[in-house]
Design a protein around this ligand. Structure first.
Ligand code: AMP
Ligand code: TRP
Length: 330
């Protein structure tokens, strides 16, 4: 089984990224041949600071290893180190249609508020489809916000296969049962997010314990008293229940029954403690790894070599099936 996922090296990573991303990466790497990609090419689709991109790429690599990715088992690499990704994006961009890209809600949300929108922001899902398809991926562990992009990748794969002959495995998205969409603690109607969110409602993975406890304690909840999961009527409490499941590994029902006779105050205080406990070893390991940039760069170079080898045959097949002549080895 082939596993692939990507994560952007921009913005401080938060508990939503842990739930839909990191935690699933570490779990799925046990199931087969896994590739995890730091998608730096995706991060330049909105205005960015070059120095920041360089630093954050290494920050993210450290966080990926700190949350449990094993460099011996998984291939962890940077997208721009493997040129097949940019090439695949061009070829697939001639298979995807403007109509389907226009329907992407993330593009509409991100483009809506900007005066100037890059072509890259529009074609971003095509780059993502290439990422996935180059590795003959079976499963893609992601959060709910990437569902539409994943469906588009499947459509593109099927269209390419029927037009040019079977070339790609059609991938399947894997979403966590609880915590596929962690919400902002201050605005439980919106997902927790680096770009659109409220910093007081966003638990960053590198937040100190006191900040985590305070954010959870001041989370917006309804005026009821029961700790029960009901996303329509009790968005805030439901979100905290899901956060508790992420931190402890319990199910939603287990959390509900544990707090059957407790009030919101006790529950919130325990959620804060559970998140602090989850993050403490991750933060310690992160700082250890981040202090040795040369070692991180070495690990990423090794990952890029493996990813180049794994993606080359599919890229070659794409060119051949589409009718390109190929240079012969000299
Ligand atoms: P990004 O940082 O945008 O590259 O996202 C990395 C991963 O985190 C993707 O799989 C997203 O689907 C996931 N993710 C982002 N925000 C959330 C959220 N609020 N809840 C759950 N998963 C999320
Ligand atoms: N678009 C994804 C996000 O913003 C990141 C991403 C890029 C990705 N390529 C991918 C995720 C391939 C899964 C598979 O979160």
């Amino acid at each position: 089984m082939k596993i692939f996922s990507g994560i952007q090296p921009t913005g401080a990573k938060h508990l939503g990224n842990y739930s839909g991303g990191f935690r699933q990466y570490a779990a799925t790497q046990e199931q087969g041949d896994a590739f995890f990609c730091i998608v730096d090419l995706h991060s330049v689709t909105v205005p960015h600071d070059p120095e920041d991109l360089r630093t954050r790429t290494l920050d993210l690599a450290a966080l990926m290893f700190a949350t449990g990715l094993d460099p011996e088992r998984s291939t962890v690499f940077v997208q721009s180190h493997v040129t097949a990704h940019a090439e695949a994006a061009w070829l697939l961009g001639c298979v995807a249609t403007i109509g389907e890209l226009r329907r992407m809600t993330q593009f509409k949300d991100k483009a809506g508020t900007r005066e100037s929108v890059s072509v890259g922001l529009f074609t971003y899902p095509v780059l993502m489809a290439g990422d996935i398809l180059l590795y003959q991926t079976d499963i893609v562990p992601i959060g709910d916000d990437q569902r539409q992009h994943l469906e588009l990748s499947r459509d593109i794969a099927e269209r390419f296969n029927s037009r040019f002959g079977k070339t790609f495995t059609v991938p399947r998205g894997v979403y966590p049962e609880a915590g596929a969409r962690i919400m902002d603690l201050q605005e439980p109607g919106n997902k927790m997010s680096t770009t659109g969110g409220n910093p007081q409602g966003t638990i960053y993975l590198l937040d100190p314990p006191e900040a985590v406890r305070k954010k959870v304690k001041t989370a917006v909840t309804d005026s009821g008293r029961e700790v029960v999961h009901d996303t329509n009527e009790k968005a805030g409490i439901s979100n905290l229940i899901e956060i508790m499941t992420v931190a402890t590994g319990e199910s939603i029902t287990e959390v509900e029954s544990r707090y059957e006779s407790a009030g919101y105050g006790q529950f919130k205080s325990d959620v804060g403690d559970a998140v602090v406990e989850l993050l403490a070893p991750i933060q310690a390991r992160y700082h250890e790894l981040r202090d040795d940039s040369a070692e991180l760069e070495r690990m990423l170079t090794h990952g890029a070599t493996k990813a180049r080898e794994a993606s080359a045959p599919t890229l070659e097949k794409m060119y051949e099936r589409m009718g390109f002549t190929r240079p012969k080895g000299e």
